[in-house]
Design a protein around this ligand. Sequence first.
Ligand SMILES: Nc1ncnc2c1ncn2[C@@H]1O[C@H](COP(=O)(O)OP(=O)(O)OP(=O)(O)O)[C@@H](O)[C@H]1O
Ligand SMILES: [Mg+2]
Length: 285
Amino acid sequence: MAAPVLAILNLKGGVGKTTIASNVSYEIFQNKAKRVLLLDMDPQYNLSQQLLTKSQYDGMQNANKNILRLFEPAPVSDFFDVNTSSNIPLPPSASSTMLYYLINQSDKAISVVPGTFELTKYSFINDNDKLNHAKAYFKHAISLARNEYDLVVLDMNPSSSFLTFCGLTVATDVLAPVRPDKFSVQGLDLVKRLIDHPLVQPKPNLHIVMNGIKRTAALTSTEKDIRQAAFFKDRILVNRVYMSAVLTARDDHTGFAKHRKVSGKTQISEDLKAVAYELWTRMGA
Ligand SMILES: Nc1ncnc2c1ncn2[C@@H]1O[C@H](COP(=O)(O)OP(=O)(O)OP(=O)(O)O)[C@@H](O)[C@H]1O
Ligand SMILES: [Mg+2]
């Protein structure tokens, strides 16, 4: 069966998409899915910065091994151009391609295709034929990846763009992290509107997870409203990701939060595991 494709999306920035993309995926990898592929779809490439050291990232960039290889077969010299040669995509696991193995064991592996600032070019190009070519190439590449992996995860950027649309057209599931503030709820409303758009076919299933909640705080009225809203109440996970210093991005750590050498990891690891298992069940995977 083709693997599920999970897009982590909220059109509000800074709600924890990247943190959840890496750390929830890691829990799924540890216990549910043996082959996991993470795709950094954000031109700011925070996921890549979180998971790769600078020299690992630079090595990939210098070899042109990055997410653009899922949209175009080879680099083009003009920043504002798209390579529309009719080469069919290589599967992401093919040698010479674009991924970095974060963990590669005999029976299981988790890898990342790094993001790149060059993705911004798709926001400036207005030649629809070229963009459609890149989108079709991406769809084909993802269909190949779905046969090789047990889970494909897309860390999306918060602006609504060509990349958002590409992500939504390949996603079987969308996970929207939400912080209990009205702007992040507005971002969630926009995700719903995008998914409802007739151009998004087939429709991905929407899941919502509350992030950055203080463990000891009472339920806020914002969270209560989402949990009771007719459309959202069946889609919001029971389990939440709490605020934790272990999850806060730091310059001196690359890799999954679970591998940080700090105390106090047990509780947040349990939260992440509970979220991961609930999500996996909801995805029907
Ligand atoms: N549960 C949490 N506990 C503590 N810190 C968190 C938590 N979730 C996210 N953060 C921190 O909040 C900041 C924003 O998180 P993150 O980068 O994951 O958000 P994002 O939605 O991916 O942002 P962007 O829209 O820019 O892509 C980061 O510094 C991250 O470390
Ligand atoms: Mg991010």
